[in-house]
Design a protein around this ligand. Structure first.
Ligand code: C2E
Ligand code: CA
Ligand code: CA
Length: 727
């Protein structure tokens, strides 16, 4: 099992913490090692010191005991007791003890004191000792020997710079008990000289042992006590300190170990520092990457939020945020590929970076969405103007001239406000700017929020309406210009809203925006087919939104409804406006081709109010053209309008495309468009959009609100209302 598994949290800890822990652990171990070595050294020294003191003490005891036994052996002696009381005492003393002092190893001197304390005889090294006064310090011991005669008394004295051990005992007979009073005392003296000290030293391994009269200040010693227990001299010697000696011998090794340890720690610190630097670099790099757009090097959305937050810190000035959406970027990408698209984005980025000296931050917050931040409200309009003009200038990339544009939403944020909320507001303003058309800059206002909320609630209602059959078709007659008979109907969507009428001009774009148009469109086709299925010869026109037509599934969905409803495809005309042909001509063409192959016809709706060219009409193979009501109104008003109307219809006629005139409200308008060549009329005069029940009545009448056509154009037959299926 790896140590990572045992200490998972350690393996996850960051490098500086790891190396810090290692250093601390190593230092603690090093310190413990040093403490142990020191303690061992001190313990060894202490043990040896104790041994040495014990040995010295034992040596002294043995010297004392020897002299003590010797004095007892000589003092407790019938002969001695008898002789020293007799007249030849001095002589006897000399023969038995005095002469012996000359070269006897057990003692160097002898003093015999009479019961009255006077010295009977005294010898030192075989000679009579005249100044026995120099041993006056012995008196207490002599006195004690008489007081307690059963044991000898031993103590050290110093005399003339010498240290002497003196052992005293009362002289008594061995064979019988005597009265304690009136006894003489025998004292043996043994000098503690260099030889004696050297012997103790060698016997007990006490190197440097010496005798001193002054109390030693260092090293080890044992006191040589006088009779009153005050030291007379000291045996002193330096501590052998074997621990210290061993320590000294291993010190080079310890030094090397410590050196290596130091090097090791230094290495760890270096490695830790390097790793820390690398981690910091990586952290900086990932933060940079998280905050920046890789293509342009600008801040990304997170970076913008970060900068915005800093600008909104309380106490700072206002933060002016502009969000810029590039118009037409998707088309550039689609047409020229991503390499050109990327280059364009980079160019836009550098344009934005130099747009105005007050700009402090430029960010790319989406594929073709940028944001800039500046802190002066006064230059907001100037910044917008610069942006709009700089981005309307064509870019030249790889030999191509690319025109784009921009929409701007902007807002002023104040200290303490939320960065995300500010971005949301600028986004809403941008949304509005785009809805107003290209090259607009819109300032956020709370009104925009209100509109948005209304739209959201309307969207929910529309969704509900679609799922509860509240979107229903009404039908407006399409009337033959020659006969006045109803040839077909245009289905128009109506929202049966209990809250009131809503114009399709409002809810159709809403359905397009919120992705409901496919459902709505198919519902309209299905419902209007069902409604008029009974009138076999009646054509049905249904409006199709550009978004529907660009949906690749559209054609299949329509064909499915056709077959489900059993509706003849040739009766169905789909009305489309030219805008779809501009936006996504390929997909539109694919859907049209499939549906035309099935027999469905196509009419170009609202012709005359846009830019559709004759080429478009031809290329897409339209079966009919519907001229917009505005053209009809203009034609009725002035001559030039009339010329435009005539020219437009003449053009369609030349291409053999029949024309329907929309918005016919008066018989004059009807006459005019008829004269200009329209074969079909639509308008309030001929029939308003009506529910199915009204349509049935209208179909029952032969012609409705019919203004008589000129004689030449009249026909004898009208379209009869023949219901093939009776319900
Ligand atoms: P549009 O396709 O051009 O439809 C004709 C519009 O003109 C209808 O408005 C109709 O009521 C109105 N109109 C007809 N005759 C006259 C007249 O003589 N005078 C005047 N002033 N207006 C007349 P409506 O029903 O409000 O529809 C508006 C637009 O909504 C339609 O224009 C069409 O673009 C769209 N629309 C309606 N229903 C649908 C639908 O089911 N699908 C799609 N995609 N769009 C629809
Ligand atoms: Ca229409
Ligand atoms: Ca129309």
């Amino acid at each position: 099992m790896s140590w990572h598994r045992i200490f998972p949290s350690f393996s996850m800890a960051s490098a500086p913490i790891k190396s810090g822990l290692l250093i601390v652990t190593t230092l603690i171990l090093g310190w413990l090692g040093a403490v142990v070595i020191n303690d061992m050294r001190d313990a060894a020294n202490l043990l040896d010191d104790r041994r040495a003191v014990r040995a010295a003490t034992a040596a002294l005891s043995s010297v004392r005991d020897n002299l003590s036994s010797t004095v007892r052996d000589n003092a407790v002696w019938d002969d001695a007791f008898a002789k020293i009381q007799g007249p030849g005492a001095v002589d006897w003393i000399f023969r038995n003890w005095g002469r012996t002092t000359e070269d006897y190893p057990l003692y160097d001197g002898v003093i015999v004191t009479a019961p009255d304390g006077s010295t009977t005889s005294a010898y030192w090294k075989g000679e009579a000792l005249n100044d026995s006064e120099s041993f006056s310090t012995l008196n207490p011991q002599l006195h004690q020997s008489l007081e307690a005669p059963s044991n000898p008394h031993v103590s050290f004295i110093s005399s003339k710079g010498r240290v002497i051990l003196a052992a005293s005992a009362a002289i008594r007979p061995y064979s019988h008990q005597v009265n304690d009073g009136g006894l003489s005392v025998l004292t043996f003296l043994k000098v503690i000289n260099a030889d004696a000290v050297a012997k103790i030293a060698s016997d007990h391994q006490l190197v440097g042992l010496h005798l001193t009269l002054a109390e030693p200040e260092s090293g080890l010693n044992v006191a040589l006590d006088g009779f009153d227990k005050t030291p007379v001299a000291w045996l002193a010697w330096p501590s052998a300190a074997p621990g210290t000696q061993i320590y000294s011998s291993v010190r080079p090794l310890v030094a090397i170990t410590l050196g290596l340890l130091g090097l090791y720690l230094f290495g760890i610190s270096l490695a830790g520092a390097a790793e820390t630097r690398e981690l910091r670099r990586q952290a900086w790099k990932s933060r940079y990457e998280a905050m920046h757009d890789p293509l342009t090097g600008l801040h990304n959305r997170s970076g913008l939020v970060d900068e915005l937050r800093q600008s909104l810190v309380v106490g700072q000035g206002p933060a002016c945020l502009h969000i810029i959406d590039i118009d037409g970027f998707k088309a550039v990408n689609d047409a020229w590929g991503h390499a050109v698209g990327d280059e364009l984005i980079k160019r836009v980025a550098s344009t934005l970076e130099n747009i105005h000296p007050d700009v402090t931050v430029v960010a790319r917050i989406g594929g073709d969405k940028f944001a800039i931040l500046q802190s002066f409200e006064r230059s907001q309009d100037e910044v917008n103007a610069n942006l709009l003009s700089a981005l309307s200038v064509p870019f030249h990339i790889s030999g191509r001239t690319i025109e784009i544009g921009a929409s701007i939403g902007f807002v002023t944020g104040h200290s303490g406000e939320d960065a995300h909320e500010l971005i949301r507001r600028a986004d809403i303003a941008l949304y509005r700017a785009k809805a107003q058309g290209r090259s607009q800059a819109v300032r956020y206002s709370p009104e925009l929020d209100r509109i948005r909320e209304e739209r959201a609630s309307l969207e929910a209602k529309l969704r509900h309406a679609l799922h509860h059959d509240q979107i229903q078709p009404v039908f407006q007659p399409l009337v033959c210009a020659r006969t006045g008979k109803i040839r077909g109907v245009e289905a128009l969507a109506r929202w049966l809203d209990p809250e009131g009428q809503r114009s399709p001009d409002l809810f159709i774009p809403l359905a397009e925006r919120c992705g409901l148009i496919d459902t709505l469109g198919l519902q309209m086709i299905r419902k209007s087919m069902r409604a008029i299925s009974g009138w076999q010869e009646l054509g049905l026109s249904v409006n199709v939104s550009p978004i529907q037509l660009c949906n690749p599934n559209f054609s299949a969905a329509v064909l499915k409804v056709l077959s489900q409803e059993g509706f003849d495809a040739r009766r169905l005309t789909l009305e489309i406006t030219e805008s779809v042909l501009m936006k996504n001509p390929e997909q539109a063409q694919r859907s049209i081709t499939v549906l035309k192959a099935a027999g469905i016809r196509f009419a170009l709706d609202d012709f005359g109010c846009g830019y559709a060219s004759i080429g478009t009409l031809r290329a897409f193979g339209f079966d009919r053209m519907k001229i917009d009501r505005s053209l009809v109104v203009a034609a009725a008003e002035n001559a030039s309008g009339r010329d435009v109307l005539y020219a437009t219809i003449a053009l369609a006629t030349a291409l053999s495309i029949p024309v329907t005139a929309e918005g016919i409200e008066t018989s004059d308008q009807a006459d005019m468009v008829r004269a200009a060549g329209c074969d079909q009329l639509q308008g309030y005069m001929l029939g308003k959009p009506m529910p199915l029940a009204d349509l049935e009545k209208a179909l029952a009448a032969k012609v409705a609100n019919w203004a008589e056509p000129p004689i030449s154009q009249r026909s004898a037959t009208g379209l009869e209302s023949r219901r093939s299926v009776t319900k």
